[in-house]
Design a protein around this ligand. Structure first.
Ligand code: ADP
Length: 151
């Protein structure tokens, strides 16, 4: 069985994340969207809200679930028996960052990282820009799934 995790902060989930997950569904039997807890990071949305937004977005998709984890991503993969890490790439900066992490994860485990290239329609979207727009009372509904706007 091909099981992948899609790790991230999802603060909040955006249409960019949704696009990557939807395109990965036919590639894997199971995808666990894994919200990583980093105690040094300040988040705009609570962990409960971030989890709820994702669950609502994928409530009708079998084979997609949400979990929360702490610690190394490769350890979490081992704990839940996932062999793949799914990540999205938007630009050269993402590539450099992701390359170092993927190499490190390969040095720690046999887990493969699978990259999907962003879609042209969502390539500019990032959670940090969404947070900035929200913070400044801008319109952000076109950047996120409905579950985030209805919060
Ligand atoms: P992190 O805190 O690990 O950066 P994010 O929640 O920001 O987590 O992102 C999780 C994953 O989603 C990363 O692989 C990131 O590159 C990818 N991603 C985020 N936005 C987009 C987008 N617009 N298109 C494609 N991939 C994206």
């Amino acid at each position: 069985m091909k099981k992948a995790i899609f790790p991230g902060s999802f603060d909040p989930i955006t249409r960019g994340h949704v696009d990557i997950i939807q395109r990965a569904i036919p590639l894997f039997d199971e995808i666990v969207i894994a919200i990583g807890i980093n105690s040094n990071k300040k988040y705009m949305f609570s962990l409960e809200d971030r989890k709820r937004f994702i669950e609502k977005t994928f409530e009708n998709k079998s084979g997609v679930s949400v979990q929360i984890y702490k610690g190394l991503t490769v350890d979490f993969c081992r704990n839940i028996d996932a062999s793949f890490i799914l990540r999205g790439l938007r630009n050269p900066a993402d590539f450099e960052f992701e390359k170092a992490i993927a190499h490190t994860n390969r040095s720690l485990s046999k887990i493969e990282t699978i990259f999907l290239l962003t879609s042209t329609e969502t390539s500019f979207i990032s959670s940090s820009i969404v947070r900035d727009v929200i913070h400044n009372q801008g319109s952000y509904r076109h950047l996120v799934p409905k579950s985030v706007v209805q919060s």
